[in-house]
Design a protein around this ligand. Structure first.
Ligand SMILES: Nc1ncnc2c1ncn2[C@@H]1O[C@H](COP(=O)(O)OP(=O)(O)OP(=O)(O)O)[C@@H](O)[C@H]1O
Length: 507
């Protein structure tokens, strides 16, 4: 139970919100206190982001009220929320890709019209926050050259620059590397210690352990539990979130090493000739992957992982070197991409779906090359309904636009399209990003099933724990080069850590 003497800065009372027939928030009440980190938990689609978007003025509630320091307020826009001292960092970024970090921070600042040099104190504070959270980011870096996690940190600095009393973070750690996550936890604790209220939406129980003072669990639009974090075990939280306790994942079977199915030889590519960032280059990559083998790609974010994935998926017109699958070229110039390659890119809203099209169109997108002159909508709908059911995309409404899905359900939509047939090659970038615990288990099982059916799997992940547990081999990318490859059974973190920071495999 909550401490009755605990003072609230924000009270949400009886908040309800509908989208058409769907009730996203159902008479939700929640107290947010200064000096506390509140972890807001719940399965995909439970209504967490909607509730916080209402507090941030992005959506208007259909019923209920918001009190700040005991006074009822109307928050009709993010601008009003900011004026009331509420800042929010969304799952989707709002940075301008072709401007620098400094320019983005400057534009977001309330003092922007007078220019950053006039507001020197403000800028010095902002800069020191940036270097504390992300020492690798220079103010002069272009946003488009940053890794996803780095963009997330710039978004966070933007929110903190607003000197908000209430800081809302929507799944901030899902795109951060382990080192970034640790720095981030420290900052969150500092904020709370300085008296800020922090609401932290997450699916990761380690976030709760590391920095939450209290937890609120949502299910199907309602808050079903609110407790001090120390009073809830991980098991209890999982049960309240997804209604199950046993979420053990069975390890994949070993690959059949008879012959390499995928052969990558001397692969080099540049995503942007004008950029000198290591993130946009891969050099002389050699890798052979057996049927049924899961090869984890580890590395500090921004070392070429994304480009490597794009090249394997055939998204770059000009590459050097050879990629063979079962002895034939993986991609042929001028041909559309192969149906038997599954690609799960990072940032699904930008890279994995047509946001304004419905679920039917998004799930049919892979078959577009084979589409009849008069496409049979009924056939597409049946196909969509089957995949939506199999991958538990919520709400199961094929006519919904992809952009209206919750973050986790959007990821499930991409997974449903890419993992439903019989791919020969799966390129999975952070495939469980934003997924709740039950959905994560489901995705791993799907990947392992495909491996058992002889698919080659290239799995890019920030989580060394997951790679060490579930992949067969790990290759480390550093500045666009594979600097070491090791069987997972003989790998150790120290060696991987050295490779990730530039040490090389000794032959
Ligand atoms: N603009 C919208 N139009 C229609 N439906 C919406 C809209 N925004 C959210 N929803 C629906 O409301 C429900 C709650 O979504 P919300 O984003 O709040 O969930 P969430 O708990 O944050 O999930 P996740 O963990 O996957 O991010 C979902 O079913 C989602 O599809």
């Amino acid at each position: 139970m909550r401490d009755p003497k605990r003072q609230s800065i924000v009270q949400l009372q009886g908040i309800s919100k509908r989208f058409g027939a769907l009730i996203a928030n159902d008479q939700v009440s929640l107290d947010i206190a200064p000096g506390e980190v509140l972890a807001l938990l719940g399965e995909n689609g439970a209504g967490k982001s909607t509730l916080m978007k209402i507090l941030y003025g992005f959506y208007q509630a259909d019923a209920g009220r918001i009190l700040i320091e005991g006074q009822p307020v109307t928050i009709d826009s993010p601008h009003t929320a900011m004026r009331l001292g509420i800042a929010m960092v969304f799952q989707q970024f709002s940075l301008i890709e072709n401007l620098t970090v400094a320019e983005n921070l400057m534009l977001a600042s309330a003092k922007a019209p007078r220019g950053v040099w006039v507001n020197r104190t403000h800028w010095v504070k902002s800069h020191s926050r940036l270097s504390e959270l992300a020492p690798s980011i220079q103010p002069t870096n272009l946003i488009r050259n940053l890794a996803v996690g780095e963009k997330q940190l710039v978004e966070l600095v933007k929110a903190l620059d607003a000197d908000a009393r209430v800081v809302i973070l929507d799944e901030p750690t899902s795109v951060l590397t382990p080192i970034e996550t640790q720095r981030f936890w420290m900052l969150i604790r500092q904020l709370a210690d300085q008296g800020h209220a922090v609401v932290f939406i997450t699916h990761k129980l380690e976030d709760v352990r590391a920095c939450a003072d209290c937890t609120a669990v949502m299910r199907k639009g309602r808050v079903v539990d609110m407790s001090p974090a120390r009073d809830r075990t991980a098991k209890e939280l999982v049960y309240m979130m997804v209604g199950r306790e046993n979420l053990a994942i069975v390890n994949p079977v070993p690959p059949s090493p008879a012959y390499p199915r995928l052969q990558i030889q001397n692969l080099s590519a540049d995503s942007d000739a004008s950029s000198r960032s290591s993130a946009s280059t891969i050099r002389n990559v050699n890798l052979a992957i057996a049927a049924g083998e899961i090869v984890g790609i580890a590395g500090v974010a921004g070392n070429g992982q994304q480009l490597f994935a794009d090249v394997l998926a055939g998204l770059l017109p000009s590459v050097q070197g050879t990629m063979l699958l079962d002895g034939t070229l993986l991609h042929r110039a001028g041909k559309s991409s192969r149906q038997d390659i599954a690609y799960i890119p990072e940032q699904p809203l930008q890279n994995g779906v047509a946001a304004e099209l419905d679920l039917v169109a998004n799930l049919w997108a892979k078959k577009i090359g084979k589409m009849a002159f008069f496409p049979l909508r009924a056939k597409q709908r049946t196909h969509a309904a089957r995949l939506i059911h199999a991958f538990d995309v919520q709400p199961p409404d094929p006519t919904l636009k992809a952009v209206n899905l919750s973050g986790g359900n959007l990821q499930k939509l991409v997974l449903a399209r890419e993992l439903s047939d019989s791919p020969s090659l799966i390129i999975a970038c952070y495939p469980t990003m934003g997924l709740d615990i039950a959905a994560t288990q489901f995705v791993y099982e799907k990947l392992f099933q495909h491996a058992q059916s002889r698919a080659c799997i290239v799995w890019i992940s920030e989580s060394l724990d997951d790679l060490l547990q579930y992949s067969h081999r790990i290759a480390v990318l550093f500045r666009g080069e594979v600097v070491g490859v090791v069987e997972t059974s003989t790998a150790n973190r120290h060696q991987l850590g050295q490779w990730m920071t530039g040490g090389r495999e000794v032959a």
